[in-house]
Every structure is written in structure tokens, then in C-alpha cells.
Design a protein around this ligand. Sequence first.
Ligand SMILES: Nc1ncnc2c1ncn2[C@@H]1O[C@H](COP(=O)(O)OP(=O)(O)OP(=O)(O)O)[C@@H](O)[C@H]1O
Length: 757
Amino acid sequence: MTNRQDGLVAALDAEQRTVSWLYGRLDVARERAQATLREVYGRAGRGSRQAMVEREALASEQARRLAQLNAVERGLCFGRIDEGSGQSTYVGRIGLRDERHESVLIDWRAPAARPFYVATATDPGGLVRRRHLHLKDRTVVGIDDEVFDLEGMSDGDRHTLVGEAALLAALRRGRTGRMGDVVATIQSEQDRVIRASLQGALVVQGGPGTGKTVAALHRAAYLLYTHRNTLERRGVLVVGPNPMFLRYISQVLPALGETQVVMSTVGELFPGVRAVAADPPRTAVVKGDARMAHVVAGALESRQRVPDGDLEVELDGLRLRVPHQVCLALRDRARAVRLPHNMARKLYVTELLKELAKAEARALEESLHIEELAQDDDPELGEPLDLERDLDELDLALASSRLWGEEPVRRAVDELWPELTPQRLVGWLLASPETLWSVTPSGLDWRPLVRPEGAEWTVGDVPLLDEAAELLGEDDSAERVAARRRDADWAEQELFAREVLESTGVAEAGVFDRADVLAERHADDGAGLTTADRAAADRGWAYGHVIVDEAQELSAMAWRMVMRRVPARSLTVVGDLAQTGSAAGARSWGEVLDPYLEGRWREERLLVNYRTPVEIMRVAADVLRAFAPEQEPPESVREGGSPPRAVRLAVAGLPALVDEELAEIGEGRVGVVTPDARHAEVARLFPEGDLDAPVVVLTVGQAKGLEFDAVVVVDPAGIAGQSELGGQDLYVAVTRATRRLTVVHEGELPEVLSALA
Ligand SMILES: Nc1ncnc2c1ncn2[C@@H]1O[C@H](COP(=O)(O)OP(=O)(O)OP(=O)(O)O)[C@@H](O)[C@H]1O
């Protein structure tokens, strides 16, 4: 054996001892959590209120802790940093302590772990070596070292400079259909994004494969770790482009021990609606325009009516008449209170009923007066009656409540100031060309908006529904009373929780020291719901932080909806302007963000492509140059992939070609990307499959954000020509492959792909 091999074996042995010991600590922590859980559940009876709070608090905390400890089994410890002082620190997915409470494994998110990610040869930041540990189950199977200071190392250490760069090894692995975490190989530019401050808005602009999504998700985990107090209470929302994408990224955060993040598409952000269908481009552009806010507001105003003449209601043979001017004044007063429509309705109804009660008195009096005239010479009758004048407040109230039970009165009120749901208002508006025509500002073409009532909701409708909900308001007075009661209970709950933590020593053990969060979770009416559950169901929820991925696709109206959910404007906006596919999407970050942030946002750029090999990226760069010359393609970190190719082939020949690709890549997966219009035709040729299937057929919109070992792009001319932004679509399509790219065309190969000819 050479010295070098000896050194490697010795190093592997030494690291194995450490790693085995760390797993031993993990097992101990798990056993403890399990024992506490068993003990807590074993406690007899429900006991006092305090005992129940104590029991529930501990049980839930230990269950969470246990889930977290289970999530970190794979690759528990992946790195080690050695400082010039001789101190070594192990970095892992979670922090662990020994019996004396000394830290033995540093959580990757802790400040002490930062040098592991940012040290470079030119700026090692006090490190002499960074070591990556590769584990298979609990066994150390490899180590990769980067030595920053050869002088500072012992002779023995010098023989352990081993292995290939951990990053490249990670990138070469076959894709599984689900994105994995990259804690072991986060790059320095990504680390800057991940650890950026919670406050304010950060834009992460980067080309395909630069790790924007993966960095954004690690950022969510980092923020939850660093600001747990704020964020556990307020929650974190991740907005992604489509359900398939959310499934693709769904395992990253749980693998990092975080399960409490709300994930949603724009089409799902309005509780109760799950829209997936897209509008045609012309409709999408109008629907996404910020001026649609005026259109919705105008539509609502048009439902706050005044009758053409006087209001007349027939009731039991009487005709109640409220003069036109009075109706006008009532409507203006109800508008002037500036309450949302459904809440202002209460006021309107009260006032109108009073007027109707007076009208009833007048009508009665009139009818009596007629009888009176008929019996004019009756000496028994004294002063003529004035029923309206004689009504006092109590009479009015009684008469109002009686009138409210009358069907003709209800109908009249509903006609003038109806109670509306967002669905009713928007559904009616889009099916009503006259209203659209009358309320749409000039310069915005209302015609593409028209569609039949009852049509399926599209993603573009959801921001309109949200806008309508803002204007309509929920009648939450009962909810507010309950909230006040909750607040009153709050102090008491928190006190209990604090006592629990102190008396059980949980706080001291560092497991949990946030009594307020604990109290909130165990508040009586929380009924076991987590913050994430409550946030997802509540349209008015104000999140502590919002991450928007593929953010270039959001329309101005969608931004209004997102911004409502983050009043503190603590945001991470992740996207690539070169990949904008939606006609209503962004052309510049300033254009979409400045209306809310007035320039108070920072931009970080990610420049290295970790997905697409150089050979494929060269083809993609040609496409980008042709369609978005102002955008720079990212630099690929890998080379040596198979040369990309073009094949002239009828669609019927695709299954055979895809079989070839599957054989080439072995374990991996093939993505077949088609123009929107040809998706059904191509999908028919393959068994239906979700992301985990070996072959998936997707439109470009669906493929956005995803990646495959091999990609077959069908009908590139069709993709490039499918909309004004078809060129960007083609760029997205050719940048999905990690290893192989085949372009299939029946006619001429588009000029931009001539490098493949
Ligand atoms: N530091 C890293 N270590 C290992 N793998 C990485 C790293 N950064 C990115 N990757 C991998 O590169 C691929 C691309 O990452 P990601 O999907 O986050 O890029 P993106 O910028 O969001 O791309 P797109 O704009 O095309 O959606 C993923 O497989 C991801 O796991």
C-alpha cells in the first residue's frame, strides 16, 4: 500500500469512529424523546387544566422533536472544518450535544457552520481544511478534502487529500423525480442567499439550474431555525408555479426537518378554490393587468344600486314607497363608511328598513285617510292621524324586524345591496359583457375576459376572487368576539406554558424554550391545528415570510394577492426573467416590485448552472441569444455530457427513441417536452405517469422548474411559435436535462438550433 492509501484508510477509520459515535448520540436523543412521549401519554386521567396543558405541550413537542430526529438519519454528518488553531468541528443536519452538554455536531444553519460553506482558497477565513464526508447509511464510504493551508497541516494529514469534489459527485447522481436537499454542498453564492436577513425583500435572479429553487428552500429552513419564534407563530409560505412543481420540491423541507411550511400555487391561494387551468395568452394579459382591480371594484359598485324612480314594495295590499332621493342618500351613506360591501350592507339594511317602516306608516295613514274621507261627517273622529310622525325608535325597530321577515322586502334589499360572495361577483362580472364594458378603464380591452357563467375557474381568476374578497369583506364580527376571548385567555395560557417548561426542565435542556409558541399551539380552540394548517385555511393570514419561486410568471394581479399575505414585506423572490413564459408575467423585477417596495429590495444573482452540462448549455445559449439577447446564460459547472442531438422523426417514432434514451441513462428518468397544442397527441403514446415514472410527458409550463436525466424536446418550432414568448419556452425546454438532450423535429430544424444539425 502506498502512503496515500494508508492515510486514506486511517482517515476513513477515524471518521467512522466519530460518525458512529454521533449516530449513537442521535439514538440516545431519539430514545429520550420516545421515552418522554410514552411517559406523557401514560399519565392517567385528564387531571387539572395545568396538567393537561403540560401533557399536551410535552407530547406535541416531543413528537415534533422525534420526527425531526428521524428526518436526519440519512447523511446525519456530512462535513468537518479544521481551523488553524487545531480545533475541528463537525457539521450536520442537526445540532447534537454530548452528556456534558458540549456541542458535538453543529447544525448546518448555525453561524458556526458558515465557514464550511464560504471558505475559499483565497479567503479561507481561518480554516486549514474543509472535509466532506460521504455516508452510505451509517458507514463512511468516502471523504473529499479541500486544503486551504498546506503549511498548517501535519504530515499525516497531507496524505489524506482524497477523492473528487463532493459537489460534482452530487451532481452526477441520477435524478429520482423529487428534488433532494443539498446541505452538504451548498455553494458560497447560494449561502449568501440562504442566510440573508429576514427583513426586507430579496430578489434572487439566476439562469436555469443555478439552484434558485434549492437555495430558496434551504433559506426557508434557515429562517425557521434562526427566527423560530416569529416564524412558527406567523408561518412561512412558499408559492410555486404548478402542482407538479410543488410535488417535485415537496421532500426538500421535510428532509431538512421542517414540515410546517405552507406550499401553494397561485391557483390555490384562495381557500376553497383550486384552479389549474390557464387562460389563453390574450385573456391572461388583461386579467393579470393591475387595472383589473378597478374593474372588480367597478363591478361591485354597480351592484350597489339605486332604483330608477322611487323604490316601491308591495306588501299585504299596501304600496311602500321610498323616494328616489332617499334611496340615493342611503346608498351614499353606506358607501361613505368605507366598510367592505358585506359589512356596509348591515348598515344599509338597517337604514332602508327604517325608511320602509316609515313608508309603511305613510301608506297605512293614506289608506286610513281615504276611509276617513269616506266617513267625513262622523262626529266621533278627532284630530287626523300622523302615523309616521308618531313612530318612536322602538316602534321603528319593531317594524323593521317585522319587515325583514317579509319576502318582498328581502327581494328589494337584495336587488339594491345584495350580500355577495367573491365567486358570485366575479362569476357574474365575467359573464356580463355590459358590465365589463362599462367598468373597464379605457386602454384595457375587456372583450377577451367574457366567458359563460359557471365556467371553471382559471389561475388568472384567483387574484380577482381575492380582490373581490377584500372589497366584500367577511362578516367576521363573531370571529372577532372569539378572537378577543382568545386574547384574554392568552396571558393565562402563556403563564401555564412557562410554568410547564420550567417545572419539567424542558426549557433548560434546550429542547424547547418558547412558551408563547407552545401556549399558542395548545390554546383550547386551536384544536390541534398547526400554524401551517390555520394559515393555509385563512385567506387573511399574514405570513412571517413568503418565498415566491418562478416569480417571473406572476401577473401584477397575482402580486397584489401575494403582497396581501405578507404585510411586513419579508419576501424572497426567486426567478429568471429569461424564462418568462406567461404573457402576463414579469419583464423586470422593478416593474413588479416597486409598486409595493418603492425600490427597497435587493438583488442577488446566481451565475453558475449546476444542472445542464456545458455541451447542452451551448445550444441553450444560442436560443437565448436569439430570443432574449439582453439576458446572460449561466456558466455550467460540468462538462463531458453526451453531445446533444437533433433527430428528424414523426411523433409516432417517439416511443422507440425514448426507449433508447432510457437504455442510455440506466436508472434515470426521461422528460418529453411538447408544445401545448401537441401534448395530448404525444402523451397518448406513453403510459400515464407522475413525476416518479421513468417517462413523463409535459408541456413547457409543466416542465418549468423540473429536471430529467434525459430530455426529448418535441417540435421545437411548435414550441417557439406557440406564443409571443415561445422563444423563452424553447430556452426552458432545452435547459431541463442533466445529461442528455434530443430535439425531435418533423419539418426543418429551427435556425436557432442549427448547432445540432
Ligand atoms: N450546491 C449544490 N449542490 C448540489 N446540487 C445542487 C446545488 N445547487 C444546485 N444543485 C442542483 O442543481 C439542480 C438545479 O437546481 P434548481 O432546480 O434549484 O435550479 P433553478 O435555478 O431553480 O433552475 P430553474 O430556473 O431551471 O428552475 C438541482 O438538481 C439541484 O439539486
